[in-house]
Design a protein around this ligand. Sequence first.
Ligand SMILES: Cc1cc2nc3c(=O)[nH]c(=O)nc-3n(C[C@H](O)[C@H](O)[C@H](O)COP(=O)(O)OP(=O)(O)OC[C@H]3O[C@@H](n4cnc5c(N)ncnc54)[C@H](O)[C@@H]3O)c2cc1C
Length: 467
Amino acid sequence: MSSPPAADVTAGLAARLTDVVGPAHVLVDPELRAPFETDWTRRFGGPALLVVRPGSTAEVADVVRACAGAGVGVVAQGGNTGLVGGGVPPSPGRSPVIVLSTVRLTGLEPVDNAAAQVTAGAGVSLARLHAAAAAAGLAFPVDLAARDTATVGGMVATNAGGVHVMRYGSMRAQVVGAEAVLADGSVLSRLSGLVKDNTGYDLSQLLVGSEGTLGIVTAVRLRLVAAQPERVVALLGVDSTAAALALIDVLRRRVEGLEAAELFFDEGLALVREHGRLAAPLPRAFRAYLVVECGGLADPSESLFEVLAELDVPEAATAVATDRAGRASLWAYRERHTEAISALGVPHKLDVTLPQARLAEFEAAVRAVVAETAPGSTLVLFGHAGDGNLHVNVVGPPPEDETVDEAVLRLVAALSGSISAEHGIGRAKTRWLELSRTAAELTAMRAVKAALDPAGVLNPGVIFERV
Ligand SMILES: Cc1cc2nc3c(=O)[nH]c(=O)nc-3n(C[C@H](O)[C@H](O)[C@H](O)COP(=O)(O)OP(=O)(O)OC[C@H]3O[C@@H](n4cnc5c(N)ncnc54)[C@H](O)[C@@H]3O)c2cc1C
């Protein structure tokens, strides 16, 4: 995409898109556009020529065709809860784009009980999907704290992970098929729900994790799992990351239905308690904390208690809940980290994954690296320790100062980790992609992008700064 279009290009595009979706769904007024132009972290964003809200796959295709014809990029946006700037326009002065919001693609078909699957529009929220699955006696197993706002389309586009990956896998493992509009306006539709379908390249899976750069997902066919109505949550105090990981190792092998093992530290607990005015979860303080959850058809708590007793985990280090309210109050100590950190300032958020055996080494090393490269900043670590995934949050350096990002991501690469565990590359990490991908992989990825979107219409500047 080249130089910015003249004002008459914007006016012409607005008129063309108004013909497609109606005047109520083309937002040109800066005040109406504003919420779509800045990301959740407040670190990324820029101006869009306009925001368009198509109501069907056919309308999405017409919008994409019109934008491609006008030489204007298309940024897909779902719930705008992404944390790497991929769902918002680039900073001013880059290629002109519009935001295509999926808020109106909210069709949700009845659950197909025979197949244990459901077809959901891209704009359906995760919470609504959970409710629909539960009403059918099933469950959608991916869960994350932004569940009320994050959409199915955004979760597919980012291959969202969340708290249950250790048992069920990430979004990729739930996608049976997808419908999407490509850069030339053609529609791929694979929603029949065939579990076995080896007829060449799996284009639905290619869209998973593509962050809006290969196609606009309009609907998804998703796998559901058996509901696990009996649940137990335990919040456990431990003295170190190594102790937490040793505990996870035993729980993974010995406890029935282990679904989550989430780690946080004393500094994060203090922040969350202050932000949420929460009481201390345990009678005394610990260096690190694990939230573990087990689910089953039968009550899994006996199995958990037995193992904790065998391991001599003291009572003062254990808080347990089996009822819904009690479980939610224990989860709050972990789930409220993201909002508590954002309340401190605009965070540098580095979502990374390490080989499980090197997570403790990384935790110690990253504290030293941040102290050295961002002195005086606040560092808060937490994450999905069962998957080797830590979220490194640094508040203090100005948003545009990337010194600490660079140092942390280089440390991750040196320890054979990945610079993005579950949030994606977005606009935040394009310059470091080569730390986690080989030259041959980058060439193949660019070839895929060039084949499907030769003019760079879809999400320009995301994943690759330039194609
Ligand atoms: C409090 C909080 C907790 C979170 N916890 C987790 C977590 O545990 N695990 C995790 O993985 N993430 C987590 N996230 C990040 C975020 O919720 C996920 O990345 C989620 O998948 C984004 O969904 P969304 O609908 O908000 O997408 P958006 O933010 O709108 O977009 C994200 C990306 O997907 C693209 N996109 C959106 N919709 C489409 C579409 N229909 N077609 C093609 N591309 C599209 C966008 O262009 C962008 O690149 C959290 C965020 C918050 C705020």
